[in-house]
Design a protein around this ligand. Structure first.
Ligand SMILES: Cc1ncc(COP(=O)(O)O)c(C=O)c1O
Ligand SMILES: [Zn+2]
Length: 369
C-alpha cells in the first residue's frame, strides 16, 4: 500500500490524489514498504531496476537515468569513492527526483507543473517534462548561471526570472503554486522517492554492503534525505545491518543547519544567504530541516561548513585531476578534505561522496591562471 502522510497533522492521502501539501499547510511524505527482490541484478542499469521500491508504475528509463558509476581515488592517504552523479542526462543528481516525480505527474494525468530552483532542479524537471510531454514553468533567481538558464529554455519550459534572492524566488513560486501542481524538489514528496535510489545503487555497487560514511551536500537536503530514506528502507527490509554515518556539508555563506546543531536551536536562524560560488546549497530556510537534523543525529553524523576559499581550492584541485564538477559539488569535496583534516573521518573508513553536478553548468565561476 502506497500513501501520503502529513508531517505535521498526520492526515493521510491516497497515492492518486494530486496533492503536494497537506490542507493544514504541512509537507507530505510517501508511505510505502519497499521490496528488493533478487532479480534486481538482472535488470537494466538504470534507477527503475528498483521498481518494487518506487511509488510509480513505470518500469523503464525515460532518458537513461540512474546507475551512475563509482570511481575510487586516493586523496591525502585515504581511499575515497566518488559516485558520478554529474553523469545524469541533465547533468546533475536532480534527475533521480525529477524522473520519479514527473513519471508520477504523468500517471496522475496532469498536463502542467511548476517549480523553483537555483537551476539544476529546474533543468531536471524541465528535461523530464519535455521527455514526457508535460508543460513546465520554472522560477529562478535573476543571477542564475547562464548555462542552467539556457538548458531550461532549450527544454521548452517557460522561464520566470525573479529579481531577488533564492528565498524570494521560492516565496513567489510558493504563492503561484497554490492553484497548480508544484513539482518542487523540496515540497513534493515524490522527489525524495527518486533521490533515495542513490542509496540503493551504492548498496548494490558495494556488493550489498554500505560504506562507513557518506559526505553529502545540504541545501534543501534532497540527496541527503534521499540517502537517509534509502538506507533506512534497506535496513527495514533486512538488506543491511547498519546505517552509514551521514555527514552534511554547507557553505559558510549559508549554514543555517550548522547553527541549529551548534546552538541546539529549535528553529532556523533568521539569517539571509551571503554571496557564494556554491549557489546550489545557498538555502537559508530548508523546508525539511528537522528531517535533516534527525538524519545527522540518528546516524551519528555531523554537519560541517566550508569557506569560499576552500570551495574554490577544491574545485581547482579536482579539475586538475580530471574531474570537472560544479562549484556546488566542490563544496562537498572541500567538506571531505575538512573532515579528514579534523579527524571527523578516519583513513581506514570506507568513504563515499557524490559529485552532484557537472562543471559545464557554470564554467566561469572560478578563474584559472
Ligand atoms: C550540483 C548541486 N549539488 C548539490 C545541491 C544541493 O541539493 P539540495 O538543495 O537538495 O541539498 C544542488 C542543489 O541545487 C546542486 O545543484
Ligand atoms: Zn497536515
Amino acid at each position: 500500500m502506497i500513501g501520503l502522510v502529513c508531517s505535521s497533522c498526520h492526515k493521510e492521502y491516497a497515492e492518486y490524489e494530486p496533492v503536494w501539501k497537506c490542507n493544514c499547510g504541512g509537507f507530505l511524505d510517501v508511505k510505502m514498504e519497499p521490496q528488493f527482490p533478487r532479480k534486481i541484478t538482472q535488470r537494466n542499469p538504470d534507477l527503475w531496476r528498483y521498481k518494487e521500491a518506487l511509488p510509480v508504475a513505470r518500469d523503464h528509463a525515460i532518458l537513461g537515468e540512474g546507475y551512475t558509476p563509482i570511481i575510487k581515488k586516493n586523496f591525502k592517504g585515504s581511499e575515497v569513492y566518488f559516485k558520478m552523479e554529474f553523469l545524469f542526462p541533465t547533468g546533475s543528481f536532480k534527475d533521480r527526483g525529477a524522473a520519479v516525480l514527473i513519471s508520477k505527474v504523468k500517471e496522475l494525468g496532469l498536463k502542467q507543473v511548476m517549480v523553483d530552483s537555483s537551476g539544476n532542479a529546474g533543468a531536471a524537471i524541465a528535461g523530464y517534462c519535455a521527455a514526457l510531454g508535460i508543460g513546465c514553468d520554472v522560477y529562478v533567481p535573476a543571477d542564475t548561471p547562464s548555462g542552467k538558464v539556457a538548458q531550461i529554455m532549450a527544454y521548452g519550459a517557460k522561464l520566470i526570472r525573479v529579481n531577488g534572492t533564492r528565498q524570494d524566488t521560492a516565496d513567489l513560486a510558493f504563492k503561484q503554486a497554490q492553484n497548480t501542481y508544484y513539482a518542487s524538489h523540496y515540497w513534493n514528496p515524490f522527489f525524495l522517492q527518486g533521490t533515495k535510489t542513490f542509496a540503493y545503487e551504492i548498496w548494490e555497487q558495494f556488493n550489498y554492503k554500505v560504506p562507513d560514511v557518506l559526505v553529502l551536500p545540504v541545501g534543501h537536503g534532497t540527496i541527503f534525505l534521499g540517502a537517509f530514506i534509502g538506507f533506512k528502507d534497506l535496513l527495514q527490509a533486512g538488506m543491511i545491518d547498519n546505517m552509514p554515518r551521514l555527514i552534511g556539508v554547507q557553505t559558510m555563506a549559508c549554514n543555517p543547519l550548522v547553527t541549529v546543531m551548534e546552538e541546539n536551536l529549535d528553529r532556523l536562524p533568521p539569517k539571509e544567504a551571503q554571496e557564494t560560488v556554491a549557489e546550489g546549497i545557498a538555502i537559508s530556510q530548508p523546508l525539511r530541516w528537522r528531517q535533516i537534523i534527525d538524519g545527522i543525529r540518528e546516524t551519528g553524523g555531523k554537519l560541517v561548513s566550508v569557506s569560499e576559499e576552500e570551495i574554490t581550492q577544491s574545485y581547482r584541485y579536482w579539475s586538475k585531476r580530471g574531474l570537472f564538477i560544479e562549484t556546488t559539488s566542490a563544496a562537498v569535496t572541500a567538506g571531505l578534505e575538512k573532515c579528514l583534516a579534523q579527524g571527523i573521518l578516519f583513513s581506514n573508513e570506507l568513504v563515499t561522496i557524490p559529485l552532484t553536478g557537472s562543471g559545464l553548468k557554470a564554467p566561469n565561476k572560478v578563474k584559472f591562471n
